[in-house]
Ligand binder design. Structure first.
Ligand code: AKB
Length: 324
């Protein structure tokens, strides 16, 4: 039987782009997108799934004879701090539901996204290795650190082939992030193209690991394509893209928009960022499944500006409705 994929959280920043890529690779009929609400103008098979309801996940898995699940639904770092217990409940319940449905239905491969948010005090800030001490200070980070261990547990206990990546901040023109600490690095490009002033919620020297969407999607697919015998990390793989601070992205944007205005107004998200790594050691991903990023800050800036200029030229100034 061929590959039949279910994507949970297909309307999100990563999910919406990954869905299109998987459709290109496996065919529209083999990729079932799902989220809490149907996506406007979506071209393909879509099911409404609230992933806190395991019966509903199981129903869709059975209906389409799914054999791979990408579980992308979660509440992110900044948003999660507004309602810590609800965030914990949602992030863990949806993961347990996916793991249990996958175990019961003998799903071949499961993808669970983790994050650099699993790190905190006690981990080296530079070149943070995969096996650094995990001491997350956000509820999102705690849920991801616990989730990684549960992923490994399901692999060890039940042989479920769960694979995971710790994403840095993801930067893309196709979709918008929501509720993260790294979101500024997407919003800033929208403001530059709209010729508006940007208020940055991080300090100008707050260096964080980031990755371009194309690299993030390629990493995900490469990990899921890798032979099972090569996957030696069953918690989650670090992957690095690039690292930069707000002042560096501003300098890069000003090469194209010399009058771009920025003010720094750090808020609680600066506190979160200050505990995260500045850069990531991704040696295990490189040696186990050949991971290598392609895009640096200059490449990212050129593509982001060009693509956003095209989008804004075509339509409205409302960035929410410009995506896809
Ligand atoms: C966030 O900022 O919460 C996310 C992440 C790094 O996982 N983008």
């Amino acid at each position: 039987m061929g590959t039949k994929i279910l994507i949970i959280g297909a309307n999100g920043q990563l999910g919406s782009v990954l869905t299109e890529e998987l459709k290109n690779k496996f065919g529209d009929e083999n990729v079932i997108a799902s989220d809490l609400k149907e996506r406007d103008n979506y071209n393909g098979i879509f099911e409404i799934i609230d992933a806190t309801d395991s019966n509903r996940i199981e129903e869709v898995v059975t209906k389409y004879e799914i054999n791979q699940i990408y579980h992308l639904a979660a509440i992110l770092s900044a948003k999660g701090e507004e309602t810590p217990l609800i965030t914990w409940d949602i992030n863990m319940k949806t993961l347990f539901n996916v793991l249990e449905v996958s175990r019961r239905n003998k799903i071949d491969r499961v993808f669970f996204p983790s994050s650099i948010a699993v790190f905190g005090e006690g981990a080296p800030l530079d070149n943070t290795p995969d096996d650094a001490y995990l001491n997350p200070a956000t509820v999102y980070g705690i849920s991801k650190a616990a989730g990684e261990n549960w992923a490994q547990y399901y692999f060890l206990r039940y042989g479920l082939d769960v694979r995971s990546i710790r994403y840095p901040g993801v930067i893309g023109y196709q979709s918008l992030p929501g509720g993260g600490t790294t979101d500024y690095a997407v919003d800033i490009y929208h403001k530059a193209v709209l010729k508006e002033e940007f208020s940055c919620f991080l300090k100008e020297d707050a260096t964080l690991p980031m990755i371009f969407m194309d690299d993030a999607i390629r990493a995900t697919i490469e990990l899921m394509d890798a032979p099972k015998k090569d996957i030696n990390v069953r918690t989650s793989y670090n992957i690095a893209g690039i690292s930069f601070a707000p002042a560096e992205i501003v300098a890069e944007i000003r090469k194209l928009y010399p009058d771009f205005k920025v003010k720094y107004e750090p808020d609680f998200r600066q506190e979160i960022a200050s505990r995260w790594p500045r850069s990531i050691d991704d040696a295990s991903a490189a040696s186990d499944w050949g991971w290598k990023p392609k895009f640096d800050l200059k490449d990212i800036t050129e593509v982001m500006i060009q693509k956003l200029q095209e989008k804004y030229k075509k339509g409205s100034r409302n960035k929410e409705i410009l995506m896809f």
